[in-house]
Write a protein that binds this ligand. Sequence first.
Ligand code: PRP
Ligand code: URA
Ligand code: MG
Length: 209
Amino acid sequence: MAIHVITHPLVQHKLGLMRAFGISTKSFRELCSEVGTLLTYEATKNIPLEDNEITSWDGNKLNVQHIKGKKITVVPILRAGLGMMDGVMQLLPAAKVSVVGLQRNEETLEPIPYFEKLVGNIEQRLSLVIDPMLATGGSMIATIDMLKKAGCKEIKVIVLVAAPEGVEKTLAAHPDVEIFTAAVDSHLNEKGYIVPGLGDAGDKIFGTV
Ligand SMILES: O=P(O)(O)OC[C@H]1O[C@H](OP(=O)(O)OP(=O)(O)O)[C@H](O)[C@@H]1O
Ligand SMILES: O=c1cc[nH]c(=O)[nH]1
Ligand SMILES: [Mg+2]
């Protein structure tokens, strides 16, 4: 199974705080970023290392390890993915950022792409796609389609909350992708919102209604 539910107490505690009615924009944003950091730590735990010779503090040669290859591109899905950016970049401060914009049509629930700016050499990079919500899976599948079309071969997904329907659809479309999440919730409601979920994450992060 390529779904990893991160049950670490800090993740579960912070996610619980995010679910509360009437949470302030400030608190929601801070928690989104903090859970983003913790999930990134988990999602990167198996990335390959290689030896690297340095001159150490005493002037001697020393073999240390560093991350192998062209490294990582972080891929926030606009808008709500931006709410996780600060937290993710805290652990990956040198990562290149590829931005994609998708807006779900509220009636059909189909994702409408409106922006795509990917970094170069993406075929040599691990893409870490970030978005707080994986609901029907439409936005995530469209994003992974874009990344693969550009040549990306390795993709991991980090979401705060997922619906079972979205997980199943994403893994059916892209079985090679790994999903890291703090929770797989109960189901989608008739409007395509995750139950219990977080409500509209984009609106909560940006303070829109
Ligand atoms: O799995 P799906 O059914 O595609 O739904 C999930 C998407 O919906 C939300 O974004 P939204 O389209 O509301 O845009 P926003 O981030 O600009 O608010 C969310 O942040 C995901 O991107
Ligand atoms: O539950 C959901 C589903 C899509 N987008 C959100 O922000 N929340
Ligand atoms: Mg939204």
